[in-house]
Design a binder for this molecule. Structure first.
Ligand SMILES: NC(=O)c1ccc[n+]([C@@H]2O[C@H](COP(=O)([O-])OP(=O)(O)OC[C@H]3O[C@@H](n4cnc5c(N)ncnc54)[C@H](OP(=O)(O)O)[C@@H]3O)[C@@H](O)[C@H]2O)c1
Length: 311
């Protein structure tokens, strides 16, 4: 198969989307960015073949742009967490998290029904949060879903994407763990106390963080695009998840700042409410399917991954 494809990318302006956009553009793919604000997207991501205004949960003229594309990568969704500075999980914000993914994906798949030359594949974002919080249990793609808020969102989100199978598309769900990114995301938040030499584990410290380097995150999406054997769920997590206490220790060593000031659960619960579960609990997910299918991780252990990103 030729590597050059016309790819629709929703959520391209986000943390994962920006990296994927760059990686796909570098190899010559023709990218069509679907954004709620296409002019801002054009400025922040120059070089796409087109910028299309879309409202994920509403039908509109954007549907015509699906005609003739080879693939869709669907990343869009309201931010799950922006740490202490972001919106709290109020009932209305939880509904936005859910509907931006579930109703948004439904709208995309419904629009595909009217397309005569349909894309061959839909690669839909999902999360290792699919598994909920199952302690030390090793979670490969056969593990059952959890039953907390995020797990239920992921189950519904994947179900909406799966409806594209009936339209003849290959469907892949990328269940991403914690994407390491120093400029934002969870790692950016975790680094703040270390910068003030007040870093430390988040109690209880034994919760697992299933991290992934952005190079492998983009690599797995490309792998899913290019290999027809890839279908269904794929854990996008490095082969060696770390307990929070070890993650904090390695992060402190890489930053040259000690990991000593433990953060108690109750203080996070007070500041973050229900959202605190994201950091107090965690998943021990393993990328079994990706490895079985032959994906070679560039970063398998945390220290080199952090050294690469944080210098
Ligand atoms: N980053 C991680 O560690 C991680 C881990 C697990 C799963 N994921 C999932 O992977 C996907 C991409 O992650 P990310 O970190 O790149 O996300 P992100 O930085 O929050 O960006 C997501 C994009 O979605 C669009 N968006 C924002 N709010 C929206 C809303 N209310 N309705 C519809 N679209 C909205 C925005 O694009 P426009 O403004 O251009 O429309 C935004 O750039 C997300 O769905 C996320 O849940 C991420």
């Amino acid at each position: 198969m030729s590597n050059t494809q016309r790819i629709i990318l929703t959520g391209a302006t986000g943390l994962i989307g920006r990296k994927l956009f760059a990686a796909l553009r570098e190899r010559g793919d023709e990218l069509v960015v679907f954004s709620r604000n296409p002019e801002a997207a054009r400025k922040s991501l120059p070089g796409a073949a087109d910028y299309v205004a879309w409202q994920p949960n509403k039908t509109g003229s954007w549907a015509a742009a699906l005609e003739g594309a080879d693939a869709i990568i669907n990343l869009a969704g309201a931010p799950i967490s922006q740490g202490v500075i972001g919106p709290r999980w109020t009932p209305s914000y939880k509904e936005e998290i859910r509907s931006s993914r579930v109703i948004g994906t439904r709208g995309l798949v419904q629009a595909l029904a009217d397309v005569s030359k349909r894309p061959k594949v839909l690669i839909n974002a999902s999360s290792a949060g699919f598994y909920g919080y199952q302690g030390e249990r090793i979670l490969d793609e056969t593990a059952p879903a959890g039953n907390d808020f995020l797990a239920r969102v992921c189950v519904d989100w994947e179900r909406e994407a799966a409806a594209a199978e009936a339209l003849g598309l290959r469907v892949v769900y990328i269940r991403t763990g914690l994407v390491l990114d120093a400029s934002g995301g969870a790692l950016g938040q975790m680094m703040l106390p270390f910068r003030m030499r007040a870093g430390g584990p988040i109690m209880p410290g034994t919760q697992y963080y299933s991290w992934i380097h952005p190079t492998d995150e983009a690599g797995l999406f490309r792998f899913a695009l290019d290999h027809e054997a890839v279908t269904g769920p794929i854990n996008a997590t490095a082969p060696n998840p770390e307990m929070n206490r070890d993650f904090s220790k390695i992060l402190g060593e890489v930053l040259g700042s000690p990991s000593w000031l433990a953060v108690p659960e109750f203080s996070l619960r007070l500041t973050l409410g229900e959202m605190a579960d994201l950091v107090i609990k965690g998943q021990r997910a393993l990328p079994k399917r990706a490895q079985e299918l032959g994906y070679q991780f560039r970063f398998t252990t945390l220290r080199p991954a952090l050294q690469d990103l944080l210098g």
